[in-house]
Design a protein around this ligand. Structure first.
Ligand code: NAD
Ligand code: TYD
Length: 343
């Protein structure tokens, strides 16, 4: 059966990959992308689907209650998938306020719209960072859905607050919600201020590769397409009111990733520069994805060795995409395209 889905934050990294996945897999679905186009939003990413009659892009802030309600009245969505967020930990340390606004209050506006207009599912895209971190000397420990919330950064605190609000809307108002908490994603269209794309772009430009602290921090890397497939399963088959952890059992130390990127690109490790550590830097994230595997049959399909090669190739083949970001030119794309396209 055909569905109408509002995807917020769809001009960002994971949201755009999700839109591509959904339009390809469900040609009869209508996908409406709602995105404010902050520095992290890049409309040119969505160029391949702009002319698809089942796709619409709307430039809108999720905190704009009037605008969001008007969009719901017009589009009558069945499902909302909320990716929109300020997502960069380092920026949250510099300026927490916008994180609280978008990540918490924006979530509230989206859920109020869902209540007012009645939807079948509100899905919140959350993060494993709500669980805080694990020690390096306890490789036996993993985050499960029952791990207590214990946040470290303003970013993770804002995401955890949003999760609590989502669960409260379920309990108090009966809103049909689900939450996914995913580990670090990598793949195409990843904004080049995050570890993997930053290191690839810097390597290709023979620039220093800034590794925080000793580079021993561990992240559990998941190929973005596998995350999109997990969300697809959750919105169709996941149980209301439930949280699903999504992770790849693929732990890597930052320094090993940076060295691997140097090797793949034939660049010297002498580019690596150790810099002052991030404040409150989480040591290790590691997800136990048993619940989504047993309930929904999800498993990550892309091995890190393959995923990182595909990702590096994508950045080599799509140099103009990330070079336009580094030069700032991508922010003019909207001005050139929007008036013509938002119909
Ligand atoms: P991103 O920063 O690449 O994209 C965020 C998008 O949201 C951008 O297009 C931006 O313009 C939009 N946006 C920001 N504020 C907005 C607002 N007020 N109104 C409307 N749109 C707004 O982020 P991402 O890496 O694609 O992450 C997407 C979601 O997944 C986030 O909620 C993030 O917390 C979560 N997540 C990300 C990762 C990861 O590894 N990237 C891991 C786990 C969870
Ligand atoms: P990041 O991509 O910002 O994701 P997150 O903080 O959400 O996990 O960072 C991934 C890891 O890489 C994290 O431990 C911080 C580290 N890092 C660096 O060492 N250097 C960098 O320039 C960046 C951006 C991150």
């Amino acid at each position: 059966m055909s569905k109408r889905i509002i995807v917020t934050g769809g001009a960002g990294f994971i949201g755009s990959n999700f839109i591509f996945h959904m339009l390809k897999k469900y040609p009869s679905y209508r996908i409406i992308c709602l995105d404010k186009l902050t520095y992290a939003g890049n409309l040119s990413t969505l160029e391949p689907v702009m002319n698809n009659p089942n796709f619409r892009f709307v430039k809108l802030d999720i905190c704009d209650r009037k605008g969001v309600y008007a969009l719901f009245e017009e589009e009558h969505p069945d499902i909302v998938v909320n990716f929109a967020a300020e997502s960069h930990v380092d920026r949250s340390i510099e300026n927490p306020e916008v994180f609280l606004q978008t990540n918490i209050l924006g979530t509230q506006v989206m859920m109020d719209a869902c209540r007012k207009y009645g939807i079948k599912r509100y899905h919140q895209v959350s993060t494993d960072e709500v669980y805080g971190d694990l020690p390096l000397d306890r490789p036996d420990l993993f985050f499960t859905e029952k791990t207590p919330i214990h946040t470290s950064s303003p970013y993770s605190a804002s995401k955890a607050s949003a999760d609590l609000l989502v669960l409260a809307y379920h309990r108090t108002f009966g809103l049909p919600v689900t939450i996914s908490r995913c580990s670090n994603n990598y793949g195409p269209y990843h904004f080049p201020e995050k570890l993997i794309p930053l290191m690839i772009a810097s390597c290709l430009n023979d620039k220093p590769l800034p590794v925080y602290g000793k580079g021993e921090n561990v992240r559990d890397w998941l190929y973005v397409e596998d995350h999109c497939k997990a969300i697809d399963l959750i919105i169709h088959n996941g149980r209301e009111g439930e949280i699903y952890n999504v992770g790849g059992h693929n732990e890597m130390r930052n320094i090993d990733i940076v060295k691997l990127i140097c090797k793949e690109l034939g660049k010297p490790e002498s580019l690596i520069t150790y810099v002052t550590d991030r404040k409150g830097h989480d040591m290790r994230y590691a997800i136990d994805p048993t619940k989504i595997h047993t309930e929904l049959g999800w498993l990550p399909e892309t091995k890190f060795e393959d995923g990182i090669k595909k990702t590096i190739k994508w950045y080599l083949d799509n140099r103009e995409w990330w070079e336009a970001i580094i030069s700032g030119e991508y922010q003019n794309y909207y001005k050139r395209m929007y008036i013509k396209r938002d119909k």
